[in-house]
Ligand binder design. Sequence first.
Ligand code: AVI
Length: 345
Amino acid sequence: MSVSIFETASNIYPRAIEQRLQIENLIDPAAIATSRLTEGKDAIAGLTQTPKTLPPRYFYDDRGSQLFEQICELPEYYLTRTETAILQKYATEIARLTGACELVELGSGSSTKTRILLDAYHKLGYPLHYIPVDVSAGILESSAKQLLTDYTTLKVRALASTYELALERLAPTFLPSRTICFIGSTLGNLTPSESDEFFARIFAALEVGEYFLLGVDLQKPKSVLEAAYNDRQGVTAAFNLNMLQHLNWRYDSNFELQNFEHWAFYNETEHQIEMHLRSLRSQTVQMRSLNLTVEFAERETIRTEISRKFNLKTLQQQLQTQGLIPLQTWTDTKNWFGLLLCQKK
Ligand code: AVI
């Protein structure tokens, strides 16, 4: 289903912006109905297995998204500012390598880092076509509106969609090429098998010769990593605990937040930060709308997230195996974060 927001809100936007913006909702009513039926199955599966887990998607209610924005500003959370610095330094080189192309961004959020790329393409005189993909139509609309105000030649086709659906439904581009961007090290939140599946979807969505721009957090000393996920202001702890608040609201549950604590550590064997919520006592939680009773032993944990940290060589080989050939890789002076530009062969 394709819905132009201007059918309902044509009076809100200045005409010039109106002509340059299209918002499409790819999450069709049948999919929404199915997801209502299956809603919560992932929480039930995670909380009835040993050890307990919950999917990271439950972090991102409104408060969780705000807390994540705050995390990105924390002194200990080097990821966002390091990736931004790499983009600032090399955006022109990236734009020269890809030439004029349509930019597709998966998980665009507020599109802050995208501006650096748009500026580079603009300076080289390339047309600006941007396709942000996000499950939140609200965020898409507000950030697209802001971008269109600031970039007067930009055209935006925003897709309110899951990554999977958006990658299947990319229309042919009118520009000479296309670059799919997946920055912010969100790849780290996928398991190795989920990453393989994700790369296969990227490969299928691209034409031969088109590009994939990937930003990943790299392996580094444990002390630096653990500080980034145990910040002194306690924002990451609040972000983690907020998942329980979200479940209370979503599934009519009675998690008592003071009965759990945030626990994050670096698993050096798996090269991943693991975030858990640890039960401070033995307790029983009711999740009424899921018809589920969950028993916790004292000190039992729920794993809420993995955040994998990559080795550039291994990742380059993995991408190569999947037909996404790394053309160029950029890092910062400490080798803390990596940006890879790949081309479909
Ligand atoms: C979204 N993702 C890349 C973040 C990360 O670092 O893995 C999520 C996060 N979890 C705790 N802090 C930030």
